[in-house]
Write a protein that binds this ligand. Sequence first.
Ligand SMILES: [Zn+2]
Length: 248
Amino acid sequence: MRAKEPIKKICEYCGCEFDAYSQNARYCSHDCNRKAYREIKRKEVVFLTASMAEQTKRERAKSDLSEREYISISEAASLLGWCKQTVYNYCHKGIIPAKRLSQRTTLIRKKDIEALFDVIEPYEILTTGVRKPIDEWYTIDEVTEKYGLLRHRIRKIINAESIPTKKAGTRTLIAKNRIDAYFKKRGFDTTLSNLADWITTPEVMEIYNMTEHGVRVFVSRYAIPKKRLKGKLYYSKQHIDKLKNKES
Ligand SMILES: [Zn+2]
């Protein structure tokens, strides 16, 4: 139906004002009408394609997990609601049986995941790591002698690292494997583990021709092992020697 008086309208495609002769007119020109139609169709196709792809993906994933006997790491991850790395971790630990077919392909049998629940043991609260029973112990003096740390430093390490200790009369005993592991991890030079030679500051000054201040700076910078005996400080000669030889 064509109105006699034109109505001012805004084109829905290009946004310009135009004279409309119909209430229903939405576009200024045939050209805009055509372009707008194409645009709508294009969006419909894009939307349809996307939703179809999404649906296919969902269906495939669903049938994958319900019907297939063997699944990949990432499928196992989505089945369990984990990230892939977590699945890998359990595979590496041997908790989830997995077969590595190639660098990029690992297969898991779905029934192996289900079989994890075939045998249920009483729920166990896991401590951090499995600990071997401790059968060897150091006294604090032995640790001082071996690693050249003052007693208060050793006590700090024991507390900070929760290293097991036990009392034997008035003496404190320290779990040998744990304190050894601590120093090993921190790169303690085990070739120098028998600190046979201990020297005092005046001796260091004399042997290496250093000032007292120089010795203080040196032993602290290189964390030279030290011990206190009857109020006197001793330093590990081997450690100083090693560093001094490197310097010269
Ligand atoms: Zn237009």
